[in-house]
Design a protein around this ligand. Structure first.
Ligand code: HEC
Length: 124
């Protein structure tokens, strides 16, 4: 009798423990990945500069608008409308400098230019 009453409680406690441990492990991994991403010197240089979105727009129109459209609304490349809601600063910078998604080329802007571009991307 007693056994049947106790077992579900023990099981529930174990499930809760496993759930909490999983959440903590995922959070720890996310923090570690973020710390690793942010340790990149180029990323640090870019984020140390207060970017100017007006300069960023000029850089965008020269280098990016051919594919992403004049206001980033999309042509060959996808629309960048609200892209900063989908991608972190790190992922936006990485997208520009990595060349991992052809046909988008790999860009190597100076950190100041990348900072300006980043501020412009955040306004789209
Ligand atoms: C030759 C065309 C081309 C040029 C030039 C180009 N892109 Fe792209 N871009 C693409 C394509 C295609 C994708 C989609 C890649 C994929 O994820 O498959 C993309 C994706 C992106 C994304 C991710 C969009 C999302 O929704 O996740 C960002 C941000 C971006 N580009 C920014 C830029 C910036 C900033 C520049 C200029 C420095 C630039 N691109 C120049 C073609 C281009």
């Amino acid at each position: 009798m007693d056994d049947q009453l106790v077992q579900p409680k023990v099981l529930l406690r174990r499930l809760i423990f496993v759930a909490i441990a999983t959440v903590l492990a995922v959070a720890a991994i996310a923090i570690a990945v973020r710390a690793y991403q942010m340790s990149d010197p180029y990323i640090q240089d870019v984020l140390a500069v207060e970017g100017d979105p007006v300069r960023g727009q000029a850089i965008f129109e020269t280098n990016c608008a051919g594919c992403h459209g004049k206001a980033g609304l999309g042509q060959v490349g996808p629309s960048l409308n609200h892209v900063a809601k989908r991608k972190s600063d790190y992922n936006l910078i990485h997208q520009v400098i990595s060349g991992q998604t052809p046909p988008m080329p790999k860009f190597q802007p100076k950190p100041e230019d990348m900072a300006d571009l980043l501020q412009y991307l955040k306004k789209l």
